[in-house]
Design a protein. Structure first.
Length: 281
């Protein structure tokens, strides 16, 4: 999970994708590589007294020490773990990392990969060492953006950077696509920017787009998975996250359980409409 512009809701999309995986019974590991550590909060984890991502980057052998169970596990059966984030990760985010530094996270993950169906890495909104470390450990990179001028330019830079990393560091890495987040249904500017991105990036722009909606903010603020939030808007948002999970699984030839029947995709980039009974900001 990547963006090169802050404030586009990258971590919210990561939490929604984690919720979709959790709802399908996939054994999931979420790695909080962003020094802001917001996804650790969203997964309902108390970091007190725990090892964290900074410890792992200093010594990959400490990987198991830094993995904890998400608080989501107490709500229903499932398996979702978290590699705790830390503001101290910023100490590993220099502009010129060595090749050894870049491969540290992959070295830490490799012994555990068979224990999980799905691994989500929430990268910081930059192109320094932490993001490159996350990309080197990944099969796919999902770029999160919003329909604004600066975000369009950031998405273009991210795609170019992924190509560079793929050519020079990890040939298995590929862009999954671009997710447009925080869309407002009645904004002419947003509609214009969505069309612009589709013209620039073509099939790399994924459907559905994600609306800026109150139910997503409420579930995130309560540290609950969006698939458990009891509103129609949340169920519709959950359907969009299910679609995103299916796209990711298909790109990696993964066979995963079907989405729950009460969760349906809602919006695409040609059909941005208000929904009844839900506040869209």
């Amino acid at each position: 999970m990547s963006s090169l512009k802050g404030g586009v809701g990258k971590t919210t999309i990561a939490l929604g994708l984690a919720s979709a995986a959790f709802s399908r019974g996939l054994s999931t590991l979420v790695i909080d590589l962003d020094p802001q550590s917001d996804i650790s909060t969203g997964l309902d984890v108390d970091p007190s007294g725990q090892a964290n991502i900074a410890d792992v980057l200093a010594n990959p052998a400490r990987m198991r020490d830094a993995i904890v169970k998400s608080g989501w596990n107490k709500h229903h059966a499932g398996h979702i773990d978290l590699l705790l984030g830390s503001p101290s990760a910023i100490n590993h985010d220099g502009p010129h990392p060595s090749m050894r530094d870049i491969w540290r996270l992959e070295d830490a993950i490799a012994p555990l990969e068979k224990e999980y169906d799905f691994v989500i890495i929430d990268c910081p909104p930059s192109l320094n060492a932490l993001t490159r470390t996350g990309w080197a450990a990944s099969d796919r990179t999902l770029i999160v953006t919003e329909p604004s001028l600066f975000s369009v330019a950031a998405a273009d830079r991210a795609l170019r950077a992924i190509d560079e990393v793929r050519a020079g560091i990890s040939s298995r890495l590929a862009p999954l696509g671009i997710v447009i987040n925080r869309t407002r249904s009645k904004s002419p500017e947003h509609k214009y920017r969505i069309r612009e991105m589709r013209e620039m990036f073509g099939a790399m722009v994924l459907d559905p787009v994600f609306m800026e909606r109150s139910s997503v903010q409420q579930s995130t603020g309560s540290a609950k998975p969006i698939h458990m939030w009891p509103t129609d808007g949340a169920r519709q948002a959950a359907g969009s996250y299910d679609t995103l999970l299916d796209i990711a699984a298909k790109s990696m030839n993964m066979n995963i359980p079907a989405a729950p029947q009460n969760s349906t995709p809602l919006f695409n980039t040609d059909d941005i409409l208000d929904e009844t009974g839900e506040t869209i900001l």
